[in-house]
Write a protein that binds this ligand. Structure first.
Ligand SMILES: [Zn+2]
Length: 115
């Protein structure tokens, strides 16, 4: 009988599960970003007061869009590392990133020391 799972601590990172999490999060982000883009495309109201509040709303949306876009890029980079079979290794020092860190931050590119 193969007994490959004797120690949870030494177990490999479950890349397939991490990929699933990343793809799910990616889908959410893409949906959000489409929604933001759509909202930003809507024509300005003709009323002046509405117009200034609309503009503030646009700034908030744009800021949110930028944050989400940055996360999307980190997720894409993580998916690239999965494809290249280097997922879970620190992109700076090459040491493995801890499982706990990857569980908390599946798109992590750096180990805790380099972060
Ligand atoms: Zn590192």
């Amino acid at each position: 009988m193969a007994n490959s799972n004797t120690s949870a601590e030494n177990a490999e990172v479950d890349v397939a599960a991490q990929k699933e999490v990343l793809l799910q999060r990616r889908k959410e982000l893409v949906g959000d970003l489409e929604h933001i883009e759509h909202a930003l495309d809507e024509p300005m109201p003709t009323d002046w007061e509405d117009r200034s509040s609309e503009r503030q709303g646009d700034e908030v949306l744009e800021a949110l869009g930028n944050v989400e876009m940055a996360e999307l890029m980190r997720i894409d980079a993580a998916l690239d590392r999965i494809a290249a079979d280097s997922y879970g290794d620190c992109t700076k020092c090459g040491q493995p990133i801890s499982k706990a860190r990857l569980a908390a931050l599946p798109e992590a590119a750096l180990c805790i020391k380099c972060a």
